[in-house]
Design a protein around this ligand. Structure first.
Ligand code: DX5
Ligand code: ZN
Length: 217
């Protein structure tokens, strides 16, 4: 299992330091939520934050775009240092074109679906993207409660995609539910509040160990 701490919940006055704590705790990815106030009600960061974060960590920079006009912003985020770009199926009119664009720039494409989008709607992209993100809250804010009816979607996607495919789950993951979400078939798990609330390195290690991972440096 790969843990992807979401910096949305970080203390931004100590961002670099807290990112290092997640990396030293064993988190191989860093999840960066991009919100535009249109596709979702909230605002977060732009490519400038990705550019500042890039030199402070070796983690895979996992950029989750929750925006309109997705295609317009892919290049700025990849140039800033993103390794992976996840876009929402609900916000893009030509998903195949967007996947190609992301690949042509050298980044790994992924598709996200909201809790009320059917899992079957991403099946046809499984062979084309590097990952599918199953949202377990409605995107826009950290600290929300996990919506348990997505359990079935994770299971169905794992069954459809087989063992080698990356399935990410994002929203409301904590110490109490991470093991079951992993067991349902998610192999890349995002956590914001559960990582950055309190001792960041200890939280990272604990969440990984709950899924049977020995980690840390
Ligand atoms: C929600 C974001 C999430 C969020 C997760 O729109 O996509 O990545 O930061 O936060 P927690 O883990 O606090 O639910
Ligand atoms: Zn996210």
């Amino acid at each position: 299992m790969i843990l992807a701490p979401s910096i949305l919940a970080a203390d931004f006055s100590r961002l670099g330091e807290q990112i290092n704590m997640t990396e030293n705790g064993g988190a191989k990815w860093l999840h960066i939520d991009i919100m535009d106030g249109h596709f979702v009600p909230n605002l977060s960061f732009g490519p400038g934050v990705v550019k500042s974060v890039r030199p402070v960590t070796n983690q895979f920079l996992d950029v989750h775009l929750m925006i309109e006009n997705t295609e317009k912003y892919v290049e700025p985020f990849v140039s800033a240092g993103a390794n992976g770009i996840t876009f929402h199926l609900e916000s893009v009119s030509d998903p195949d074109g967007c996947i190609e664009l992301i690949r042509s720039l050298g980044a790994k494409p992924a598709i996200a679906i909201n809790p009320d989008t059917s899992v079957e709607s991403v099946f046809k992209y499984v062979g084309k993207v590097d990952m599918v993100l199953v949202m377990s809250v409605f995107p826009g804010y950290g600290g929300q409660k996990y919506i348990s009816c997505v359990d079935e979607k994770i299971k169905a996607l794992r069954e459809y995609a087989g063992n080698d495919f990356n399935i990410q789950v994002d929203g409301g993951i904590n110490e109490s539910n991470i093991k079951s979400v992993h067991g349902l078939g998610a192999n890349i798990i995002v956590a914001g509040t559960a990582v950055f609330g309190g001792d960041v390195k200890a939280n990272t290690k604990r969440l990984l160990s709950l899924c049977g991972q020995v980690s840390g440096r």
